[in-house]
Design a protein around this ligand. Sequence first.
Ligand SMILES: Nc1nc2c(ncn2[C@@H]2O[C@H](COP(=O)(O)OP(=O)(O)OP(=O)(O)O)[C@@H](O)[C@H]2O)c(=O)[nH]1
Ligand SMILES: [Mg+2]
Length: 357
Amino acid sequence: MSKYAILGGFLGAGKTTTMMALSDEAKREGLKAAILVNDLGTNELVDGSFTVSRGYLTESITGGCICYQTENLVNHLRVFRDEDQADLILSDIPGCGIGALEHVYHRLAEQYPGEFSLAPFTAVADPERLRRIMPEHADLHLPEEMDFLFRAQLQEAEVILLNKIDLITKEEAEKMLSWLRSSYPEAAVFAISAQNHQGIDAVLAYLMKLDSELHHPDIGYGGPEFMAAEGKLTWYDCQFHLEADTELRVRDYLTTAMENIRQGLLAANRNVPHLKAMGEDEDGHIVKASLIGVDYPLQLDAAGDVSCRSAHIIVNARAACEPDLLKKICDDALARAADSMKLSMKVEFTECFGMTD
Ligand SMILES: Nc1nc2c(ncn2[C@@H]2O[C@H](COP(=O)(O)OP(=O)(O)OP(=O)(O)O)[C@@H](O)[C@H]2O)c(=O)[nH]1
Ligand SMILES: [Mg+2]
């Protein structure tokens, strides 16, 4: 029987990176892992395209949360289990999401008994965002309605992964771990760096060995705080083609474009819990960029950066901003970056919607 593990956690916490790290670790242990990427956006999205480009066995469910498409989810899980013979199936939920313990795990247990072994329900947490709900109550320039989601995601979890410990000191990590353990005493807490593969072996062993207890925590799903938090979030997705007369460097384009979006959001006093972009040139070289807030440095994975003539670009912004304003900021920023680099831009797809639309 395949083990199925859902990883929740806020936007940009590192769910996709953790799923890749767990897949790598599974491979080292002689196990086969598969990744099921879930997002509210449609069409080609950064996360699924990136995991495929890195060679991970990946399928995507787009256009809605897996909480509301159990049959579709089960079809994907069965293919991974029966055709791919995956030992472990990892899936995320859109990073604003809560409620998958009830809507996915409980439904699978009740409606498809014995088909899948359910790993403890897991949340990935970013240390910076945790500081917001810890006693220090750090100001992250995000609407305070988001605090509900940070708390609910941890309350729902049976396993909490304190990720990105490479970015904090040992003392900070200890302080956060002890706060997490005292605030969420029923959860098993692990410290990891998904990026550096630190602590991943212990998490894999835990998820493979234990099963979800299938609790029913009261996390306020559907309540006023939940509605208020979702009401603040907007999804923007864009795909386009860039062409240069002489030379195009995808890394430079993404850097300029993301900085333009940052400046547009700052000027409007808005923020972006996660802005992701990926570019692929005509020879399949990939560059990925990620920004987890207007106050944070741009993170570039530019292993594939070479000079080229044309590239396909995907941009996904998950922002605390009104849809019309976000669309204007992003559309302008992407076009201005192309103009300033004398690139011709052919937009193939754009969507922008509020989470509650
Ligand atoms: N330094 C560091 N960065 C990390 C780590 N894990 C993830 N990141 C970075 O954090 C950013 C967000 O990571 P993702 O894995 O895309 O986050 P996510 O939770 O999947 O984000 P959404 O799907 O948008 O909700 C990326 O730039 C990652 O490279 C880590 O352990 N250390
Ligand atoms: Mg992701």
